[in-house]
Structure formats: structure tokens, C-alpha cells
Design a binder for this molecule. Sequence first.
Ligand code: TXA
Ligand code: MG
Length: 316
Amino acid sequence: MTGDGLSGAIAKAAQILIEGGLVAFPTETVYGLGADARNGRAVARIFEAKGRPRFNPLIVHVANLDAARHYGQFGAVAERLAARFWPGPLTLVVPLAPHASLSDLVTAGLETVALRVPSHPVARAILSAAKLPIAAPSANVSGRISATAAEHVRDDFGDAVDFIVDGGPTETGLESTIVSLSREPILLRAGAIPREAIESALRQPLIAAAKGQIQSPGQLESHYAPRARLRLNAISARDGELLLAFGGGWRDAALNLSGSGDLREAAANLFAYMRALDSRSPAGIAVTAIPETGLGEAINDRLRRAAAPRMGENWR
Ligand code: TXA
Ligand code: MG
């Protein structure tokens, strides 16, 4: 898209959001499916389009920390993390501000709210043009592979979305890291900012989210799932499987997340490659081992959930 085309698209996106419509737009992590976070009917359409369970709250995207303080209560730790990582792929779960006037659907009735200030220039331009808090989950059908390009959004939703702003493929390719600060800092979802970076800003370790307690349904066991069965830590493809490799020396790989073993490159390719292999309808997808350090923690988290046994379509 040309520069002019993109600024026209941004203005159109803002107008549709103001009128209560649904707009998909790029962020630095994945594409989001956005609506005015104060408009219950608009937000309800997100849940319908995604087939998302209503108990699963949404992230509210805002232009800056000032706007975020309008919706959430920021203590000293939240202020420090926001100053260090915003704009950028960190979502902070903080106590809901009094008179926040967000739709109850956004918070799923909780007394906390998830807030994030994205760094992607298109997302920022839409936020400043619309002057709204934008509720936006990842722009994929609930439980399935996240969208890192506009065509993924089209494949999943077709006409169910009013408008898609095509900003090209997203840079990071993994969703934001989610930290809850409603009590002591808890890592709710590993993501685009490695745990180590957050711990060093906090000067204390992050507590792991308690298992079995759904604080962040990105934490649901089966999530990010392809249709094909996924097998992890593979050393070769079995009959009917396609091999998704990481690092050098894999001759029979259908695709390689990063031939040089670069975790950033692997993160950026992960969801697009899972979609590409899945579209070939293999009996299974076998993925080679990925180190658990840095972005590897989030990549392995997504892969484990994508490989998890499925409880039934509604949960995904
Ligand atoms: O990178 C991202 O975070 C992308 C882009 C579009 O910003 N968004 C995204 O949204 O990944 P979604 O809905 O796919 O994941 C948001 C996660 C969900 O797991 C949800 O349960 C959790 O955030 N969440 C939202 N509000 C919460 C709250 N008050 N407490 C705990 N978890 C919350
Ligand atoms: Mg998601």
C-alpha cells in the first residue's frame, strides 16, 4: 500500500471504530481485531466474530501512559514497567480505575483491566485518530493460530470484519507479554518481551501463574492450535507429517523457523509457518526442539498449547 493509501486507511479505520464497527489492524506483535472498548455492542461483535468465550477478557489498547491511567490504577511497579517498556509489547493487568467506563465485556466483569500501549506506527496512528480506548484481541478465530499478516485475518473472518488495515507482516510475531500487578508481579503469559528483561526492570523474579487457575485464557491448555496434530521435540518427520525445523542441518524440513537458530526470526515466522503447513492438510506437523531461553520461552509456550489435547471446539 502507498503512503497515501495507508493514511486514508487509518482515517477510515478510526471513523469505523468511532461508529462502533470492527477493524483489524497491525500491531508490532500480531494483528488485533479492534472495537471501541466503551461500546458494549461493538465489543460484543468481537466475541461473536472470534467465537470467543465471554469469560475471556480483552486487552485495552491506548495511546500512552496518561490514557492508560484513566482506565487502570498504576502503582509504583506498574509505573516503572510502563516507563521502561511502553510503547511496546508489554500488557499490564492492573486494578480497574473507578469510573473507567469500559464495557463489562472487556474486563469479563473482573476488577482488573489489561492495558497496553502498542509501538506499531499504524496502531498508534489509529489510536490517535480515533481518540478511543481500543479493545483488541488477536485477530484469529478463538483458540486457533494468531494472525501475523492481513491475509490471515481475511482467511479467518472474511466479511465479519468491517475493515482490515494492511500494514504488512508484523515484526515480532508473538503476542505481548502479560504481567499482572494486581498483587505481586505474576507472569500471566510469556510473550514478545522475554521474562529476563522484565525481571531485570523489576529487580525481582516474576511469579509463575498458578496452574489450573484461568487468569489469562491465553493460558488455556489448548490454544493457538492448527488443525493438524502437532508433535514437539521431533528429530524427524514420521509418515504423513511435515517437519517444522529450527536451526541448521535439517534436510527434510518442510519449513525452517530460522536456519541460523535465531529466536527472533523464529518468533516472527512461527504463526505464518504453522498456518502454511496446516493449509497443506498433513496428518501432523512435527517440530524440532527450540531452546527455552529468551523468546524461546514464549515460542515453546505457544507450541505446547498448540499441541495440547483439545477439549472441544468451544474451548479453542
Ligand atoms: O500482542 C497482543 O497482546 C495482541 C495484540 C493484538 O495486542 N493481543 C492479544 O489479545 O494477544 P488476546 O485477547 O489474544 O490475549 C489477551 C489475553 C487473554 O489471554 C486474556 O485472558 C488476557 O489477555 N487478559 C485480558 N484481560 C485480563 C485481565 N483483566 N486479567 C487477566 N488476564 C487478562
Ligand atoms: Mg489470542
